[in-house]
Design a binder for this molecule. Structure first.
Ligand SMILES: [Fe+2]
Length: 265
């Protein structure tokens, strides 16, 4: 696929105040991210943009985002980065740290005949997500201003239920406000999200809805209570074709924190 644009989604890095596990029994979030970035670097020859879809910090302090920047230096300098805030992040601190380094936070960009839009669903003090009317209006205006572009949206919170009762209670609170915009713009072809720490694929009215494994810990799909999954960390590859087609898959990355196959139930 010669004329495809290639995006990499990396999500839910959950970097703690200091490097190391954020809870007893968890892997070291910094080491996990480093291992995933090394795998991306090794496996992906060409990347047009990296999307970091939120919960980048577990504990959102400037020094944590400075550490995130240090980790990102492992990637080639010509891979632009767009970051989003998740419920664990502080949007303002994320911007203040990443902007001076040349990275985007939310915002939008063109990739050939594709428009990529990052939306901020982080709502201070809440675990679930909310898209403010101003954010929905920004999306609507951008899409109206790019009538001949295909469009891909990225947002931290899942926009549809993923089939886990506990997770579906902390999803995007107002997906209907997003869908009202999408339904006016049929050239929107996909929506990427994080937050769920597992692979997910769904569709709504022809729009691909794609969730991504975290770099730290994974949650078991279709569990009604939070349950640690033994699957490895991962990232998502998204290829955007000239006719609006999306080809995407998840890459798993084994890390030293993985539970050995022989000990798996
Ligand atoms: Fe989250």
């Amino acid at each position: 696929m010669t004329h495809c644009h290639r995006l990499i989604q990396i999500t839910d890095t959950h970097l703690g105040r200091q490097p190391g596990p954020i809870r007893p029994g968890y892997p070291d979030s910094d080491a996990q991210l480093d291992t995933v970035l090394a795998a991306v670097r090794q496996r992906e020859a060409r990347v047009d943009r990296v999307l970091l879809t939120g919960d980048l910090a577990e504990d959102p302090h400037p020094e944590v985002y400075a550490r995130l920047l240090d980790h990102l230096r492992a990637l080639p300098g010509d891979w632009p980065v767009t970051a989003l805030a998740g419920n664990h992040d502080e949007h303002g601190i994320l911007e203040q740290t990443l902007w001076p380094a040349g990275h985007a936070v939310d915002g939008h960009c063109d990739l050939g005949n594709w428009l990529i839009v990052g939306l901020n669903s982080a709502s201070p003090g809440k675990v679930g997500g909310y898209l403010e009317p101003s954010e929905c209006a920004r999306l609507d205006t951008l899409l109206a201003g790019h009538p001949h572009h295909w469009a891909l949206i990225a947002v931290h919170h899942p926009v549809v239920p993923v089939g886990s009762a506990w997770m579906d209670r902390i999803a995007l609170e107002n997906p209907e406000d997003l869908f009202a915009v999408l339904d006016r713009h049929p050239r929107v072809r996909g929506c990427l999200f994080g937050h769920i720490h597992q692979e997910f694929r769904g569709t709504r009215h022809g729009v691909e809805l794609l969730g991504c494994p975290a770099t730290c810990i994974q949650f078991t799909p279709h569990a009604d209570q939070p349950e640690r999954d033994t699957r490895s960390a991962g990232y998502r590859v998204v290829e955007l074709g000239p006719e609006g087609e999306i080809h995407s898959h998840v890459e798993r990355v084994a890390t030293s924190a993985d539970i050995p196959e022989t000990r798996r139930a």
